[in-house]
Design a binder for this molecule. Structure first.
Ligand code: HMG
Length: 464
């Protein structure tokens, strides 16, 4: 049975910080943000927004655009790493908000949980719900998977330039117009790591930035190796002697904590895949230098990062590699369009990969590419750490959905924050009512109880 993504809707907060203003305030070269990391603007939440209302707004957009009534939804999963309760799942808040519009208890039949594994949990939620459909349990109903996060780092930390916020809701069913997932290819890797984590009660994560970059690459490479074996076994793809699995993936969407991480990941995976192919000889000749190896090739991530000579040479090699004609063609055709939205919005943690997917569909379609039957690969990564690689085929009815995609219009008119406003919001110095953006046709947070018997209860309202 086919199963996959029928439609996709987003909600991005209207407030944003301009990377160049931010760079100036922190004494950074704006080129580091714009060219070095690929960050142009970062979406920031208002005082009356939290990850649950971002999620509910994305779900409402999805349901209204598809004229779906609650009885058509059998499962609603929320994947997030911005949870504010250790027990009560974010779905329950989202259902509560949706019932303000669709009627009390209108979702009473619907199941679902909140999923956590840093940025990769949305991919696990998609996989589990796809299997619910494949197993025939959906019986004509749809599942909604919503990924929602606020990426917030400490003021002045190196992660502060990679913030953002937003939610993406995906509609899954057995007759998807957008993408049908390839069966029996989903591959995972997992390892107990401390690259990025957020202990109980702490609002911002503890991050080992350079370690996390390299761990991401290694984990995705491991999952890709498994994916390769699986997809060859299914017979969906057969490889000739001089081919790699990446030659058979038309578009690759990577987890994007900042847009240039997608570039880093593609270059790393392509290098790894091409190294054993006849074409590598020509690449090395064009670059004019041998591929460097660390002093201890079997060493740890720490020992590789500490090998300054290797790191400098590897950086030089990567730069030259990405300038080769063959690689540049792969980058332009498979990845570039997926990075456009990330530059405008910033990091959405769980939602970053799916914002990239949406971006790729919208901007490839605008180029006039016929997407029917194209294979789309996904490289999902979550700190802590796990990666997931999977793929799907664009379906013949995709145009019905993609023709109306318009990122700028869907984000709406944006309000640029001053640095003072941003810092006040960041440090929670404004109360809920002291918001900046005037809400319209959306859910907002109106109250968080503080009395001992109801501490933490959250109340939301739909603003007409
Ligand atoms: P950093 O040390 O501030 O930056 O940290 P850098 O020195 O590595 O510079 C970044 C790039 O800018 C480099 O390019 C520089 O050369 C370049 P690259 O070597 O990568 O090609 N650069 C410049 N370019 C032009 N003009 C200039 C200039 N100066 C430098 N003047 C880091 C960067 C991403 C580590 C930091 O922002 C951070 O810690 N971020 C948070 C962690 C993170 O995003 N990690 C990503 C991988 S882990 C992951 O994705 C999981 C995550 O999403 C969490 C989850 O799963 O829940 C984070």
């Amino acid at each position: 049975m086919a199963a996959g993504i029928d439609d996709i809707a987003l909600y991005i907060p209207n407030l944003y910080l301009e990377a160049s203003d931010f760079a100036e305030a922190r004494g950074l070269d704006p080129a580091k943000l714009q060219r070095g990391l690929g960050v142009e603007q970062m979406a920031i939440v208002d005082t009356n927004q939290d990850p649950a209302c971002l999620a509910a707004n994305a779900c409402l957009n999805l349901m209204q655009k598809n004229k779906l009534s609650p009885e058509k939804i059998g499962r609603l999963y929320v994947a997030t790493e911005s949870a504010f309760d250790e027990s009560k799942a974010m779905n329950s808040y989202v259902i509560g908000m949706l019932e303000q519009v669709y009627g009390n208890e209108s979702f009473g039949h619907c199941g679902g949980i909140e999923c956590k594994f840093a940025c990769v949990s949305g991919s696990y939620a998609l996989y589990d719900n796809t299997n619910w459909i494949r197993a025939g349990e959906a019986e004509g109903q749809n599942a909604i998977v919503v990924v929602s996060d606020i990426a917030k780092y400490d003021l002045g930390s190196s992660g502060e330039v990679t913030q953002g916020a937003g939610a993406i809701a995906m509609l899954l069913n057995d007759n998807p117009r957008l993408l049908a997932f390839d069966p029996k290819v989903t591959s995972t890797s997992i390892k107990n790591e401390y690259d990025f984590y957020r202990p109980f009660g702490k609002e911002t994560p503890i991050v080992h930035g350079q370690y996390s970059n390299l761990l991401y690459l290694i984990q995705v490479k491991n999952a890709l190796a498994d994916y390769k074996e699986k997809i060859l076994k299914t017979g969906l793809v057969t490889l000739k002697d001089d081919e790699t699995i990446l030659d058979h993936i038309d578009y690759l969407n990577m987890h994007l904590p900042y847009s240039n991480m997608g570039k880093k990941a593609l270059a790393y995976l392509v290098r790894h895949e091409w190294r054993s192919l006849p074409r590598w000889k020509d690449i090395i000749a064009e670059i004019g230098m041998e591929e460097p190896v660390p002093k201890d090739p079997r060493g740890t991530i720490e020992s590789v990062l500490a090998d300054a000579e290797f790191m400098a040479k590897d950086h030089e090699f990567t730069k030259l590699f990405t300038k080769t004609e063959k690689y540049a063609e792969v980058y332009e055709s498979k990845l570039a369009s997926s990075l456009i939205a990330s530059k405008m919005v910033g990091n959405l943690y769980t939602a970053s990969l799916y914002l990239g997917f949406r971006s790729s569909l919208e901007f490839e379609y605008q180029k006039g590419v016929d997407l029917n039957g194209k294979r789309i690969g996904f490289g999902s990564y979550g700190s802590g750490a796990s990666a997931m690689v999977f793929s799907g085929l664009v379906q013949s009815e995709y145009e019905e959905v993609v023709k109306d995609m318009n990122l700028e219009a869907e984000i709406g008119v944006r309000t640029k924050l001053t640095l003072e406003e941003y810092e006040e919001l960041h440090e929670n110095k404004r109360n809920t009512e002291n918001n900046i953006h005037s809400a319209k046709k959306e859910f907002i947070l109106t109250d968080v109880k503080t009395s001992p018997e109801s501490r933490g209860e959250r109340y939301y309202e739909y603003i007409e």
